[in-house]
Design a binder for this molecule. Structure first.
Ligand SMILES: Cc1ncc(COP(=O)(O)O)c(C=O)c1O
Length: 298
C-alpha cells in the first residue's frame, strides 16, 4: 500500500521529512559518485535479507577504502529504527554511505566524515509485477558492462553511469530495459538486475566474472531452484543463447522477479512468462514473506 504521509529520511543520526532531507553540494557522493549503497525491501514488516545487505555494503566500502563511521550492528539498528519511524510495512530502503564533504579535487583524504543516509519509501517492482501477461521488452545495449578490472559492479558504488547509458539507449529504443554484455561480449546483466535464462528446463546465469553485481535475489533464486530440483548452471552465455532461450527473466531487489518477453523486439518463446519462471516466482513470493529470511521490525 502506498503511504500518503511524507517519508522520514535518516541523515547522520537525524530524521528529516523528505522535502527537507538534504546534503552538501561538496559531498563527493554528488561530485564524483564516490560512495556505496544498498537497496533493501521490507515485506510485511520484515526487512528481507538485512544481514546480507549490510555485509555487502561493508564489503563495497572496504574496496573503496571508505571507512563507515559505525559498526555493522549500529548500522543495523539505525536501519531498523528508521523503518519503525516511518511505519511502512511494505517498503523499499535505500541505504547510502557517501565519501562525505571534501574539496573540489578527487582526493578522498580531504573528505571529513562519510555521510550515512537511509531512505524508506514505497516502490513498485521496477519492471512491473512478475505476474504480468507479457514479459518486459529489452534491448542488448551497445554500452558494455564495466569490466572487473575497472569500476566493477561487483562493488555496489554510487557510480551508475555505465547502467544509465544503457537505460537511456533502452528508453530511446522504446524498450523497458537493457541487457548489457561484458567487455568480452558475453551476457552480463540488466541495468539494475541480474539475468537468468532457461534452456531445456535448466537455469543458466552469468558468473561474477562477467561483471555482474552478485545479487542477493539471484542467490535466493538459485537456492529456490535447488529446492525445486531445477539444475542451475553458472557460466558465460552468448547473446545468441540469450535470444534463443526458452525463458529469460531478471532478478533484483528493485525488480523482484520480472520475466523478459522480447529481446531486440524478438519474442522469447511467445513473449509470455514461462512455466519455470512462474514456479520460481510463486516460491519467491512465499520466501520473501517468510519472517525467518529477515528481521521483523513492525
Ligand atoms: C547492477 C545491479 N545488478 C544486480 C542487482 C540485483 O541485486 P540484488 O538482488 O542484491 O538487489 C542490482 C540491484 O538491485 C544492481 O544494481
Amino acid at each position: 500500500m502506498r503511504e500518503s504521509r511524507e517519508p522520514l529520511v535518516y541523515i547522520d543520526g537525524e530524521l528529516y521529512p523528505k522535502s527537507q532531507a538534504k546534503i552538501s553540494v561538496f559531498d563527493h557522493g554528488l561530485l564524483y559518485g564516490d560512495g556505496v549503497f544498498e537497496g533493501i525491501r521490507v515485506y510485511d514488516g520484515v526487512i528481507f535479507k538485512l544481514k546480507e545487505h549490510v555485509d555487502r555494503l561493508y564489503n563495497s566500502a572496504k574496496v573503496l577504502r571508505l571507512k563507515i563511521p559505525m559498526s555493522k550492528d549500529a548500522m543495523t539498528d539505525e536501519i531498523i529504527k528508521t523503518v519503525r519511524a516511518n511505519g511502512f510495512k511494505d517498503a523499499y530502503i535505500r541505504l547510502v554511505v557517501t565519501r562525505g564533504v571534501g574539496d573540489l579535487g578527487l582526493d578522498p583524504r580531504k573528505c571529513g566524515r562519510p555521510s550515512i543516509i537511509i531512505i524508506v519509501e514505497y516502490l513498485e517492482p521496477i519492471l512491473g509485477r512478475g505476474e504480468r501477461e507479457y514479459g518486459a521488452s529489452v534491448i542488448i545495449s551497445s554500452t558494455r558492462r564495466d569490466p572487473v578490472y575497472a569500476t566493477s559492479h561487483e562493488v555496489k558504488s554510487l557510480n551508475y553511469l555505465n547502467s544509465i547509458f544503457a537505460k537511456i539507449e533502452a528508453i530511446e529504443a522504446g524498450a523497458d530495459d537493457a541487457i548489457m554484455l561484458d567487455s568480452r561480449g558475453f551476457v552480463s546483466e540488466a541495468t539494475g538486475a541480474n539475468l537468468f535464462i532457461v534452456r531445456d528446463s535448466k537455469l543458466y546465469t552469468p558468473p561474477v566474472t562477467a561483471g555482474i553485481l552478485p545479487g542477493i535475489t539471484r542467490a535466493v533464486v538459485i537456492e529456490i531452484a535447488g529446492k525445486l530440483g531445477i539444475p542451475v548452471i553458472e557460466r558465460d552465455l552468448t547473446p545468441v543463447e540469450l535470444m534463443t532461450a526458452d525463458e529469460a527473466f531478471v532478478t533484483g531487489t528493485g525488480a523482484e522477479l520480472a520475466p523478459i518477453g522480447f529481446i531486440n523486439k524478438l519474442p522469447i518463446n511467445d513473449g509470455r512468462p514461462g512455466p519455470i519462471f512462474r514456479r520460481l516466482l510463486e516460491e519467491f513470493n512465499k520466501v520473501k514473506r517468510d519472517p525467518s529470511n529477515g528481521v521483523k521490525v513492525l
